[in-house]
Design a protein around this ligand. Structure first.
Ligand code: 48H
Length: 258
């Protein structure tokens, strides 16, 4: 068959535009495509909610690919293994209560599961701001990561969302924008982003779940961003808390969407 490069180009532009236009008004906008954001996207999309996820980087998967110090294996505990099983991610028992998984299989399967469930994922896009009306966040402000990196003066576009999830990991970018630009009182002890503490896996795996909640009307935190917002410890390369936190934030939002 003869191939026409202009058709290839039109196909990409048309299909992408279709996808983007469909993402301008959604039920949930998730900021960050690490394990927590992806699990949340998967569960929300499975329940037929309109979900869009924005990821700054080229690759989806956040800090999962690198396992621990670039040894590309992750560890999960019993509860985390349940999430891996549900998504058909293979894992192996290392010793009682500790399971390992190949981080490449885990990251790529989380990504594939979220997309196949119906979540729209846009990579190479950063959320740089939020929109607030009457004390509630009603959407996010997006721009190309390339624009951000080149520090070009290019105005962004907007996405309306009933709920926004800060799944930005250590950076807690959405919470920080709200704190800085809205001057808002977050639902933390200090009313501000408290910041993460040093490494203590046993405590932080528990607190990741406790801290997965609403931090401002319309905005929930999940994953490492939850612990950093509420001032808890980091946990190193154990990922059960991230997976369970993604699951929990989806449940909380589904309840609100009812
Ligand atoms: C678009 C953005 C923006 C933005 C950031 O870091 P992540 O993997 O986050 P989690 O919470 O799913 O998982 C945390 C885990 O990977 C980890 O770091 C652990 C367990 N650390 C423990 C320790 O002790 O160090 O993913 C967040 C993603 C990244 O891919 C960012 O690029 C992306 O969010 N992101 N995307 N717009 N403004 N900010």
């Amino acid at each position: 068959m003869k191939l026409d490069e202009t058709i290839i180009t039109k196909a990409i532009v048309d299909r992408y535009t279709e996808k983007l236009k469909d993402a301008i008004s959604v039920d949930v906008a998730i900021v960050g495509g690490g394990p927590a954001g992806l699990v949340a996207a998967y569960h929300l999309a499975r329940k037929k909610k309109k979900v869009v996820l924005f990821e700054r980087k080229l690759s989806i998967g956040g800090g999962m690919w690198g396992g621990g110090m670039m040894f590309n294996e992750i560890v999960v505990q019993e509860e985390g293994k349940r999430v891996l099983d549900e998504l058909s991610i293979s894992s192996r028992k290392y010793q009682k209560g500790y399971y390992t998984a190949d981080s490449v299989e885990a990251a790529s399967t989380l990504c594939s599961s979220a997309v196949k469930a119906g979540a729209r994922i846009f990579n190479l896009m950063s959320v740089e701001d939020v929109m607030v009306r009457e004390g509630k966040v009603i959407g996010v402000v997006i721009n190309w990561t390339a624009v951000e990196m080149a520090q070009l003066h290019v105005d962004p576009l907007c996405v309306q969302a009933k709920y926004v999830v800060d799944a930005t990991g250590h950076a807690t970018e959405v919470a920080k924008v709200i704190e800085r630009k809205v001057g808002a009182h977050l639902f933390t002890e200090t009313g501000r982003v408290i910041g993460e503490k040093s490494l203590w896996a046993e405590v932080s795996e528990e607190t990741t779940l406790e801290n997965t909640k609403e931090i401002y009307p319309g905005v929930f935190v999940t994953g490492m961003a939850a612990n950093a917002t509420f001032g808890s410890y980091r946990m190193g390369p154990i990922f059960g808390g991230m997976l369970l936190s993604g699951e929990k934030v989806a449940k909380l939002i589904l309840k609100q969407l009812k």
